[in-house]
Design a protein around this ligand. Structure first.
Ligand code: ADP
Length: 398
């Protein structure tokens, strides 16, 4: 059984092809700069003997249709498939699923709903729809599934997802916490329960997805009960370029004082804040290097990043009750030994005891980095959102 996973952006498309008998990726790639003169496509594929080869093309790719046609011809050339029509299903990553609580087979209604909520995630959902519609043209008989970043968070109780605004903001405008990175939070929590030999239905964890975008989730009995991102991916942690939590009145204050438009504020909070806003770089490796060289703002950015995470660990410990495990994932969570150290420092009162020695590695597979007697297990788990999308697509199509 072969399932293709697509993550369509406005100017790029990531794809990965899985052989589901072994949950194994047999090809993956990325098409970039779609709509520009120097578009490129890179594809890596693994043959039956496990040999990895690469194909690269650079030429103008005008739109998503051309991009996916070229992907198809390269997959055929690499003998990974005979044609897209041969596939058993295609799973799409869809960032905003509104109130969808599970993956959906894409039909007119689902397409319409993804379109209706475009204002909640303008860049993402519009591009996902482009991908879905092109696939419909290229292989109309292959079933498509939408796997939503928000769906895993749909189990949050009302008192967690509501904002204390006039009720009509929720009723009329759909303003509530939705949460994002759900596929990753779900994947690593399931992997953790499996690794620890615990039943996911009684498993309590805090998951930390720390990449350029970063979010945390509180998981009780295998279900999400709260998460740090909100109506949009701006709320919560300090991120690469996003501010995360702040006093909303800062916006009125700055707008009035400096005559800023809504657009200016949007760009400031989403693109010019976070690590970048404090010290000039949004790349954690660079921020750490700058701090080592004595840059005080870089050190401040690192301290703020970890401090915010610790506050969330504390509040999620309070709402979860007996905590089994905390899980680090994402580019920073998987690789950054020092960030993990800062985030776990002085949390012994919460039963969280990091083993410095065991923490001293980057994760290529699951790492158990807690001390033997740590009441709360501490794991590092490489996330695999594409595989999770493929698994959910397969499950639904069965
Ligand atoms: P995205 O949200 O774009 O998917 P990633 O999950 O790839 O982001 O994470 C990107 C972040 O991970 C960057 O801040 C990068 O500096 C950081 N990162 C990657 N490798 C390391 C490393 N070895 N040490 C510290 N940080 C790292």
């Amino acid at each position: 059984m072969k399932i293709l996973v697509l993550n369509s952006g406005s100017s790029s498309i990531k794809f990965q092809l899985f052989k589901m008998e072994e949950n194994k990726s047999i090809a993956s790639g990325v098409i970039e700069q779609i709509g520009e003169l120097d578009s490129s496509i890179k594809i890596k594929f693994i043959d039956l003997n496990g040999e990895v080869s690469e194909l690269k093309r650079k030429s103008e790719i005008k739109n998503h249709l051309e991009a996916l046609e070229i992907m198809n011809s390269l997959l055929i050339e690499s003998k990974t498939i005979t044609d897209l029509n041969e596939l058993d299903g295609i799973g799409h990553r869809v960032v905003h699923g509104g109130t969808f609580s599970k993956p959906e087979i894409i039909d007119e209604n689902v397409e319409h709903e993804i379109e209706r909520i475009i204002p909640l995630a303008p860049l993402h959902n519009k591009a996902h729809l482009d991908g879905i519609r092109v696939i419909k043209k290229l292989c109309p008989n292959v079933k498509q599934v939408a796997v939503f970043d928000t769906a895993f968070h749909s189990t949050m109780p009302e008192y967690a997802y509501m904002y204390a605004l006039p009720y009509e903001a929720y009723e009329k405008d759909g303003v509530r916490k939705y949460g994002f990175h759900g596929t990753s939070h779900q994947f690593v929590s399931k992997e953790a329960a499996k690794y620890l030999g615990q039943d996911i239905n009684t498993f309590n964890a805090i998951t930390l997805h720390l990449g350029n975008g970063a979010s945390m989730a509180a998981i009780k009995n295998g279900k999400c009960i709260d998460t740090s991102m909100g109506l949009t991916p701006l709320e919560g942690l300090v991120m690469g370029t996003r501010s995360g939590d702040l006093d909303p009145a800062i916006l009125f204050y700055l707008a009035r004082k400096n005559n800023l438009s809504i657009e200016d504020l949007d760009i400031m909070l989403n693109k010019k804040s976070g690590l970048k806003g404090i010290c000039g770089s949004n790349d954690m490796r660079e921020v750490e290097k700058m701090a080592e060289e004595g840059d005080e703002k870089a050190q401040l950015a690192l301290d703020m990043f970890a401090y915010r995470i610790k506050k969330y660990i504390g509040s999620y410990s309070a709402i979860i009750g007996k905590l089994d495990c905390i899980i680090f994932t994402g580019g920073i969570g998987e690789n950054d030994i020092d960030t993990r150290l800062r985030c776990c420092a002085d949390l012994e009162n919460l039963g969280i005891n990091l083993d410095f020695q065991k923490n001293n590695y980057k994760a290529t597979e699951i790492l158990n980095i807690g001390k033997k007697d740590s009441n709360v297990k501490i794991l590092v788990i490489p996330t695999n959102e594409e595989l999770e999308i493929a698994i959910q697509t397969k499950k639904l199509l069965k």
